[in-house]
Design a protein around this ligand. Structure first.
Ligand SMILES: C[S@@+](CC[C@H](N)C(=O)[O-])C[C@H]1O[C@@H](n2cnc3c(N)ncnc32)[C@H](O)[C@@H]1O
Length: 416
């Protein structure tokens, strides 16, 4: 009888030492000084990441993992397709549940994790699985109450993760018992663990043991993952790296921590900016041309700077509300033609309105953030273990908004 991995987030320990040895025995190659290190997160959880104790020149190999160790969606599909194991039925059910086919790759990885879990210590990947985290703080691992303690965008993104997980879980019901036993298919906690492993560690449609140990950086990204035509994985340095530097990838948009927070469950404090949280604007094509976009409408953490897109979108909306169609058209044309002088002129004339709208938004949002955090504090952390990261998130956003508040107040004073 083979042993199953203990996935209990409170009791199970991650066996990193055995995983390290296993990866060497499987032929994983690493640069000199490549080391897995342990650290504590901003909410007191244990996290592992990679550093180098030796210098690494730019454009040189840091890690090699052979395709035999890697899970890819194509391989999983090829392994199980056409055997009446329910894979195709599960995909159809997912589509019916509203999960688009673009998520099927991750679904295949999710199945593969469950299959290897089921194989227990007989799985060739057992040492890797037993090294993986048991506790997650991403959207799918939150309680419904947690969403009520987060601001709208990140709350919605987190809730979407939960919905996606529930749909993945539901679709297991049509997977054949010959592939996954009833015990596995009906184990929601286990499914959530498998889902979280996939969504916090996959790159595109692959899961690569050891390459999944690299943490994210917003600014100091110094490595990159490359796959060759045979799906072997190489990690390369992007520049010269000094001893004791962490080796970090970019997981995605570095300008706004909300998406990373919802998917990966960590607060990227190195993120220079955050979305300005102006949510109640209907995205017309004109507004989108002007800059209505989560990645462009930003407030900067250190300076309180506000992007031009925030001012432009607000002004455009104000002109619309005031029925000033001619000025609106003039502003739009100036924007589209790159006529900065005309834009500036219109901005000056309406500064009183844009600045007071922005000031109201920031003041109201700061109050909302305090209310959300106060709500989070009323709950027992044992029942809602993600509360600390939610509080850290809200505090981080508040710090940025306070800087912006000071900035706007200064601008308004100068204008008066
Ligand atoms: C691909 S794994 C990286 C390895 C992981 N740290 C571990 O202990 O196994 C992604 C997870 O690492 C953590 N993580 C990655 N980058 C981070 C960062 N900059 N700050 C805090 N946690 C980070 C998050 O928990 C994320 O879900």
């Amino acid at each position: 009888m083979s042993n199953f991995i203990d996935i209990n987030e409170y009791t199970a320990a991650r066996d990193i030492g055995t995983f390290d040895e296993w990866s060497t025995n499987c032929g994983v190659q690493r640069s000199d000084g490549f080391q897995i290190v342990e650290s504590e997160t901003n909410t007191g959880d244990i996290d592992y990441s990679i550093i180098t104790t030796e210098p690494i020149p730019g454009e040189s190999p840091v890690l090699f993992v052979s395709n035999e160790m890697i899970f890819t969606s194509e391989n999983i599909r090829a392994e199980f397709a056409g055997q009446n194991l329910g894979l195709e039925d599960a995909e159809q059910l997912l589509e019916k549940l509203g999960v688009p086919p673009s998520y099927f790759s991750q679904y295949h990885l999710f199945l593969k994790i469950l299959i290897e879990y089921q194989n227990g210590s007989d799985s060739p990947w057992y040492p890797w699985l037993n090294s993986l985290p048991r506790k997650f703080s991403n959207g799918s691992s939150m309680t419904p109450y947690c969403y009520e303690c987060l601001p709208p965008l990140v709350s919605k993104l987190s809730m979407n993760e939960r919905i996606k997980f529930i749909n993945f879980y539901k679709s297991l019901q049509v997977i054949s018992p010959n592939l996954l036993s009833d015990d596995i298919r009906n184990n929601q906690e286990l499914s959530k663990w498998a889902y979280n492993i996939v969504y916090t560690r996959c790159f595109g449609n692959t899961l690569v043991p050891m390459a999944d140990m690299f943490n994210h950086a917003s600014i100091d990204v110094n490595i990159e993952i490359r796959m060759d035509e045979n799906q072997n994985c190489y990690v390369y340095s992007l520049r010269d790296i000094q001893p004791n530097e962490p080796l970090c990838l970019s997981y995605g948009d570095p300008t706004n921590p909300s998406h990373l927070f919802a998917t990966y469950g960590f607060l990227d404090e190195s993120s220079p900016a955050t979305f300005c949280k102006i949510m109640n604007i209907k995205p017309t094509p004109e507004l989108q041309n002007i800059g209505l976009d989560y990645t462009k409408m930003l407030f900067f953490k250190d300076t309180g700077d506000i992007t031009e897109e925030v001012w432009d979108v607000l002004l455009y909306q104000i002109l619309e509300l005031r029925g000033e169609q001619n000025v609106k058209a003039e502003f739009y044309n100036a924007h589209m033609n790159g006529d900065a002088d005309t834009k500036n002129d219109i901005h000056q004339r309406y500064f009183e309105y844009t600045s007071s709208t922005l000031k109201d938004h920031v003041d109201t949002f700061l109050k909302e953030l305090d209310d959300l955090s106060a709500k989070a504090l009323t709950k027992n952390v044992n029942e809602h273990p993600r509360i600390p990261i939610i509080l850290a998130h809200n505090a981080f956003v508040k710090e940025t908004f306070l800087k912006v508040q000071t900035k706007i107040n200064g601008m308004v004073e100068q204008y008066a």
